[in-house]
Design a protein around this ligand. Sequence first.
Ligand code: SAH
Length: 414
Amino acid sequence: MRVHLTATAAAAVRRGHPWVYRDGIADGGGHGSKRGEGKRGERVHRGGAAASGDVVELSAEGAPFLGRGLWDADSAIAVRVFQRTQAPPLDERAIAERLERAFALRDGWFAGRDTTAYRLCNGEGDRVPSLVIDRYERAAVIRLDGDMLAPWLDRLLPHLARALGAHGVRSIGLRARASAAAGEDADGKKLAHLHGPPLPDRLFVRETGVAMEVDLARGQKTGAFLDQRDNRARVRALAAGRRRVLNLFSYAGGFSVAAALGGAGRVTSVDSASAAHASAQRTFRENGVDPAAHEFVTADAFDFLEKARARGDRYDLVVCDPPSFAPSERAKPRALGAYRRLHTAVARVLDRGGILCAASCSSHITAEDFLATLDDATLERDDLRIRAIHGQPEDHPTLPAWWEGRYLKFVVLE
Ligand code: SAH
């Protein structure tokens, strides 16, 4: 099947951008996503003809072959581009080869790092669009973005099991997509078993020498925020000699335990979910840190900051890693406002001489956008400098043309 692109969409594909939006398809006609019209071999019109998972060939004015991708009948992204060369054909073997390359790279990256949880495949960034695979010890958890690879799973599974097995992975599970509430069991489990021994609901993994509890069945993302691994190690180093550390939006306490192990006197973790604190406390204990020497507050971070300021509480290291405020381009102005309000409030409890680590995981907020929410006017002070700006670690690779993949900002101000 053939999909004819607009000049703009074709240029993006040439640059290596892995997505074709529905409005990047040229001879469209109407919008909508009616399925089942047209026959194989015909040109695919906007939203018509193909079914999710079908291989489509991309063409444009003056370019009979631009590449090959998989069709998604429902998502805003109509095609994810896998190849820009004629050979090899796009089949499960070609995908398996890319996965093997991705897995082998991780062996090199993580050798000797006392780390048993990492992203084995970062979808588009590893040139296997829409397929995310995270490793937790001997278990791999798959997450699919969009629908196009779902019809491929059965065929891919034997290849996956073999390739993952060669790297010591025994079990494979599938995470229900965030939007797919129907994928949740009555008991809130979001993990389906695909292969090998049953996956544990909960387990401890190692991350840069630190034990970390991960909730595979019910946790966020595929269980943990693996993208903050290196930043957690950085916080551990920054925490030496700090008297009072504040970790806002602390989730399972990754930054908190890092700070405690780094030598912080007292770490205050703030999250609106109490279950997250229970997990954080188990992680503290597993690392030989007494949670009773630290503080876990179930509260809205904004409320907490207001009260802390009123009490006159001050911190000499603050980590602030909120959930994405901008899920879409349209939400951007409001998100920037929310970051500003948050950072103003954070700066009011940050001691002179303190360190502020501010993170954003919204791809719609660029690094410059984000830095503007940390300027002097917002922070109401003139004593801080940017010590470093970090992003995501190597197991979350991106592509030069795929700016959407570079979502993580981690700014250290001192
Ligand atoms: N820093 C964490 C990831 C943060 S995820 C890590 O490195 O693992 C975002 C967390 O923010 C979730 O645990 C969620 O429960 C919490 N959260 C969301 N809105 C909140 C709010 N208004 N106040 C406090 N916590 C909130």
